[in-house]
Design a protein around this ligand. Structure first.
Ligand code: SAM
Length: 223
């Protein structure tokens, strides 16, 4: 008896070629940009503003590690997620993983991206269109602390991958739209401020676990 096995969007040659290009250009371009941003920050007396850091990193993709992207894909599929929110879209790598999972799960759902840098938001839109996944995404341009306020809940999954000192304020913006069982994936564990980790680890209404994927992630389940 023959059985037909449908293939994930992640195996689509258009998507694998897009990921290869995204990670190749990130490997080539990101290091120099970050080094210049660190020197600019060190050269000024006051800590840089969110707008300054965003401008300095305007050419850096800083994508999630491929393993984190695949975890995001799996979580969206396992949860049968319908509403997904991403803080920090950049050129759209994680958004492609998330939107691919929505498509493979039947296509009923939306991933809300958020990006402060207008050129990065535009490039993300182009990349999602190239991936054929634009219909499953809405990219909100501007400061996520404002743009994510109106996302309709209940949220199934949240990815936090913008500037690290904003994880807690963005989490608080999103909490009213969460439900019991909303999953929060916070990328770059080694860079997370204590305030965020205290909140999700110490009785702030979450059950939380650190996982050694990519640069480390904190996976938290809303009570
Ligand atoms: C690490 S990158 C995101 C990478 C992306 N998730 C991916 O996998 O391709 C962080 C992005 O967050 C954006 N960002 C930082 N703070 C923001 C804010 N307050 N609102 C919207 N975007 C912000 C930056 O401009 C930057 O492009």
């Amino acid at each position: 008896m023959e059985t037909s096995v449908s293939r994930s969007v992640l195996a689509d040659p258009v998507i694998t070629a897009l990921f290869a290009e995204m990670y190749r250009s990130a490997g080539r371009d990101d290091a120099g940009v970050l080094e210049r941003a660190y020197s600019a920050a060190a050269a000024q007396p006051a800590p840089p503003t969110v707008e300054e850091v965003t401008a300095w990193c305007g050419e850096a993709a800083l994508p999630v590690a491929p393993a984190v992207g695949r975890l995001l894909y799996l979580l969206v599929r396992i949860l049968r997620a319908r509403t997904v929110v991403e803080f920090g879209t950049s050129f759209g790598t994680s958004l492609v993983y998330l939107a691919a999972a929505i498509r493979d799960g039947g296509g009923e759902g939306v991933v809300y991206g958020s990006e402060m840098h207008p050129r990065k938001a535009e490039r993300a839109r182009v990349n999602l269109a190239r991936a054929g996944l634009a219909e499953h995404t809405r990219i909100l341009e501007g400061d996520a602390r404002e743009t994510l306020r109106d996302v309709p809940g209940p949220l199934d999954l949240v990815l936090l991958d913008g500037w690290k000192d904003l994880y807690l304020p963005v989490l608080e913006v999103l909490e009213p739209a969460m439900r019991p069982g909303t999953l929060v994936v916070a990328d770059n564990l080694d860079m997370l401020p204590d305030g965020y980790l205290d909140r999700v680890r110490s009785g702030g209404g979450y059950t939380s676990l650190a996982l050694p994927l990519g640069d480390g992630i904190e996976l938290s389940l809303r009570a």
